[in-house]
Design a protein around this ligand. Structure first.
Ligand SMILES: Cc1cc2nc3c(=O)[nH]c(=O)nc-3n(C[C@H](O)[C@H](O)[C@H](O)COP(=O)(O)OP(=O)(O)OC[C@H]3O[C@@H](n4cnc5c(N)ncnc54)[C@H](O)[C@@H]3O)c2cc1C
Length: 221
């Protein structure tokens, strides 16, 4: 998205991504998209080349990657993520996240507390707004059942994450999930392919708009 903007306003700009992780979601699709649409603009430095050894000097506006110091105009630092402090204070975290029972999203450490969305260590689902919404429905169903004795349906979860590579060029990855005693477990999934036609990519983009309208209506309608 940043490259798309810079291509129009500052086409000689460089985007450097220092990434401590070996790989990332939809990597092949993104790398194809960078080559096809933003050739020479985006460079990702993974952990093998120092992506995990980064220091930032905000006063000097410099960045050091594995000892190489460079001037930057904008630096977006994304710290390692974890559940909010309230989860730690409640004593329901194990490491960075709060483990839950997949069937009802209750904390494994205190079943009177339910945790959903990014804070939960739930198993196979990626952390996303779609996932959080899906988990909320399972949780609400279970809580209603516990309070009123109404039928609690077996937990079913779904997620799709769309990304926009360029105008009308959407890609997606998604899956369905079920609750097992150990975790939310993946049942089956799908992912966009490299080399897809413009029509398929445009349809995927339209799908993402439909999803956004749908989830906004679902949450706030
Ligand atoms: C750049 C970016 C792009 C993304 N794109 C997508 C996308 O396209 N589709 C998608 O599905 N997901 C997307 N996500 C992921 C999505 O935003 C998160 O997974 C989702 O917001 C998680 O929801 P949540 O309610 O679990 O947590 P949050 O949205 O983080 O909400 C937690 C809230 O709790 C509040 N809070 C914390 N402590 C306290 C306290 N003590 N008292 C009161 N309030 C407190 C916080 O301020 C925050 O508002 C994206 C995320 C990022 C960063």
């Amino acid at each position: 998205m940043v490259a798309h903007l810079l291509k129009q306003n500052n086409p000689t700009a460089k985007i450097l991504i220092a990434d401590p992780k070996e790989s990332f979601s939809k990597q092949g699709l993104f790398e194809e998209g960078w080559n096809d649409n933003y050739a020479g603009m985006i460079e990702r430095i993974g952990p093998d080349f120092g992506g995990a050894n980064v220091a930032v000097d905000p006063a000097a506006m410099t960045l050091s990657i594995d000892g190489d110091v460079m001037d930057v105009d904008v630096c977006n630092v994304i710290p390692a993520m974890k559940a909010g402090r309230i989860a730690e204070l409640a004593g329901i975290t194990d490491g960075n996240w709060a483990p839950v029972n997949a069937a009802d999203m209750s904390s494994t450490m205190d079943d009177s507390i339910h945790v959903l969305g990014d804070a939960a260590a739930q198993g196979d689902m990626p952390k996303s707004g779609f996932s959080a919404n899906s988990q909320a429905k399972v949780c609400a169903n279970a809580v209603r059942g516990a309070l009123t004795g109404s039928t609690v349906f077996p937990a079913r979860f779904a997620n799709t994450c769309w990304s926009l590579i360029d105008t009308d060029n959407g890609v997606k990855v998604g899956a369905t999930y079920e609750a097992t005693p150990e975790k939310i477990a993946k049942v089956d999934g799908f992912v966009s392919q490299t080399g897809e036609s413009d029509d398929v990519r445009a349809a995927t983009y339209q799908e993402s708009i439909g999803w956004y309208d749908g989830i906004v209506a679902d949450m706030f309608g």
